[in-house]
Write a protein that binds this ligand. Structure first.
Ligand SMILES: CC(C)(COP(=O)(O)OP(=O)(O)OC[C@H]1O[C@@H](n2cnc3c(N)ncnc32)[C@H](O)[C@@H]1OP(=O)(O)O)[C@@H](O)C(=O)NCCC(=O)NCCS
Length: 240
């Protein structure tokens, strides 16, 4: 029995990737997940539609972004996808120009505005600090039935090798559940991003989003070029 890290096949894998991604962020539940991947409504049909939409969007984003690199981890016995990762391999500063993707996964009301604000806040610390070529781990997940078996570590090893090969920094935004993995890999925490969209006179849709998502925190984590961080010695390029 083993777990093999492979590149995804964009034409066939995204439905299974989406299912594994949802189940990974549902156990334990992480409310911010519906900023990116909502289920509109309740019941099996709503969930099926959400998974289908997610798979299509993951495919669309992947094929339209030259920096996108998707990996899956497969159980060699069952051939099931048990984990995965979305990388953005930035050969240049990705923040040199502003990019906005249209938020198609929320209706055109204040719930969409809420998500736009949350996404803007999510990216802003790194847009300020990571203005150089770098490796970015945008999504990582291991299915709850396969945790603590080295799946996440295989993904991290790949990323560290890639960053070293390119001689660049490695950045990611961490959930509370990701932090032990990144700390085990010598990442340094550089910013606490407390995300809580706000607006004057919130309407019902906005209030529903507040209720559903609430304040969520990501820790911006960094691995310097070469991977060795020494407190008080290693230069943080964005502080120069
Ligand atoms: C974070 C996550 C991807 C870790 O995946 P994983 O496959 O279980 O991680 P690994 O088994 O490779 O762990 C490697 C090392 O990281 C550390 N680690 C990982 N999870 C840990 C945990 N829950 N508690 C303490 N240490 C942990 C340990 O040092 C571990 O080595 P060990 O098991 O020999 O002690 C997984 O918990 C997950 O998908 N969580 C939900 C989704 C999520 O929040 N993803 C992170 C987004 S930033």
């Amino acid at each position: 029995m083993g777990y093999e890290l492979k590149e995804v096949d964009p034409e066939t894998d995204f439905p299974e990737i989406a299912r594994c991604l949802f189940e990974s962020y549902e156990d334990p539940p992480q409310k911010f997940f519906s900023v990116f991947f909502p289920i509109h409504g309740t019941g099996d049909e709503a969930r099926r539609e959400a998974l289908e939409e997610a798979a299509q969007r993951l495919h669309f984003w992947h094929v339209n972004d030259p920096s996108s690199y998707w990996q899956k981890v497969v159980d060699t016995d069952s051939s099931k996808i048990v984990g995965g990762a979305l990388w953005n391999i930035h050969k240049e500063n990705p923040f040199a120009e502003q990019k906005h993707s249209e938020i198609t996964w929320y209706p055109n009301d204040s719930s969409r505005e809420y998500v736009a604000q949350a996404l803007g806040k999510h990216v802003s610390p790194r847009a300020r600090m990571a203005q150089r070529a770098h490796v970015d781990l945008y999504i990582i997940f291991t299915h709850p039935d396969y945790r603590r078996r080295g799946v996440g570590q295989q993904i991290m090893d790949w990323g560290k090798n890639k960053a070293d090969e390119m001689n660049v920094e490695f950045w990611l935004d961490s959930t509370p559940y990701g932090r032990p993995l990144y700390e085990a890999n010598d990442f340094v925490y550089v910013y606490e991003n407390v995300n809580s969209p706000e607006r004057e006179n919130p309407d019902e849709k906005w209030k529903e989003m507040e209720e559903k998502i609430g304040t969520f925190t990501f820790w911006v984590m960094w691995r310097p070029v070469g991977g060795k961080y020494e407190g008080g010695k290693t230069i943080k390029p964005w502080e120069q």
